[in-house]
Design a protein around this ligand. Structure first.
Ligand SMILES: *Cc1c(COP(=O)(O)O)cnc(C)c1O
Length: 374
């Protein structure tokens, strides 16, 4: 048996673990922010039709630039943000993780650094590592927001080429006000302009935008060529298995990621499936409204139990505080409920499920907190 350490692996990957939430099969799985709703049958039939159509030309490479799909995504963003977007401002890949990787391949890399504000989405630093980009972890406040003065100080000190602002943030659920995003965008431009006159790329990861109480900050990309917003069909569209993520930015950013993307990266089957799902956007956004109401109910019920619950603009809720979050995680699992321990001290994260799943989760929390009182 060859161990990974015997391989001529890159030094920065030695001793590291891969990204991974445990994929355990238990009755109530509320750990990976998926939608609890299977796709509606009418959409399943439409996908079958569109995939059959695509299958007839699978001897050919797919549309390398996914032009039709990007036009549909631009129309979706225009309809939901009220801000007109052109297909040239949109780019799509296999999950927003691939979009983020392409951005770091184009704008990060050896000798460059990216900054994020932790706790946040761990894939930002993992993709930085995978692309040889340095990583700087900036601070969050006690309430898991970003303090502008503290963030500006970190930006001035490190002058990163790339800044990640996750809003609504995973795993805390907190969204950033537009003023914060604008202030940090300006600070990042100023810091880099002082070095090479070219500014910095600011990436707002909006994976949960559709679940937010706040309007999307995506329209701010207008006139700001280094401000990018990334989105995904994994969460609001309830299509995590599809692997379709996208970005909206200045067309120049789209030109830049095309320098690093693999040719024909987005399969014809993926493009056809995503296109079919977009035809059902209204139905799928109806599920989002139900989930938002359920999320707000879970927040209230957890607060009624005396727990400390972070304000949530996403499809999950961060709750605590526990002396030993790991122990609470295991006891919830004993009750058949899988939540996520993201390593935030004293806190756990629960994805919003169906009403019945959320009730099962709340019952388990009641049982577990009662056991610890005894
Ligand atoms: C889930 C999630 C993503 C989505 O990744 P996909 O690759 O599109 O499934 C991106 N960013 C954040 C913050 C997420 O939580």
């Amino acid at each position: 048996m060859t161990g990974i350490d015997q391989l001529p692996l890159r030094d920065e990957l030695r001793g590291k673990s891969p990204y991974g939430a445990p994929q355990l099969h238990v009755p109530v799985q509320l750990n990976t922010n998926e939608s609890p709703h299977p796709l509606p049958e009418a959409l399943v039939r439409r996908i079958a039709e569109r995939v059959a159509e695509a299958a007839r030309t699978l001897n050919r490479y797919p549309d390398r630039d996914a032009v039709a799909l990007r036009a549909q995504l631009a129309a979706y963003l225009t309809a939901t943000t009220g801000h007109p977007l052109d297909p040239a401002q949109v780019w799509a890949a296999n999950g927003s993780n691939e979009v983020l990787q392409q951005l770091l391949q184009a704008f990060g890399g050896p000798g460059r650094t990216a900054l994020g504000f932790d706790p946040s989405y761990s894939m930002h630093s993992l993709i930085a590592r995978g692309t040889g980009t340095g990583w700087i972890s900036g601070p969050r406040t006690e309430e898991f927001g970003v303090d502008v003065a503290a963030a500006e100080a970190v930006i001035r000190a490190h002058r990163p080429e790339v800044v990640f602002l996750c809003s609504p943030n995973n795993p805390t659920g907190t969204a950033l006000p537009a003023e914060t995003i604008l202030a940090l965008y300006e600070a990042a431009q100023d810091a880099r302009r002082a070095v090479d006159g070219r500014g910095a790329l600011v990436v707002v990861d909006e994976a949960y935008a559709e679940f937010s109480h706040r309007p999307s900050t995506l329209p701010l990309i207008e006139g700001r060529p280094t401000l990018v917003h990334t989105r995904t069909m994994s969460k609001a569209f309830g299509a995590a298995g599809l692997r379709l993520g996208y970005l909206a930015a200045d067309p120049a950013v789209v030109d830049a990621v095309q320098l690093v993307r693999l040719p024909y990266h987005l399969s014809a089957v993926t493009q056809a499936t995503a296109s079919a799902a977009l035809e059902f956007a209204d139905t799928l956004l109806g599920f989002v409204e139900e989930l938002k109401a359920e999320r707000d109910r879970v927040v209230e019920e957890l607060r009624a139990l005396g727990l400390d619950v972070t304000v949530s603009d996403a499809n999950f809720v961060q709750f605590g505080r526990f002396a030993d979050a790991g122990a609470v995680w295991r006891r919830l699992l004993d009750h058949g409920v899988l939540v996520r321990d993201n390593g935030v001290p004293g806190r756990l994260r629960v994805t919003t499920g169906t009403r019945a799943e959320n009730d099962a989760f709340l019952d388990a929390v009641r049982a577990v907190t009662k056991e610890s009182d005894e």
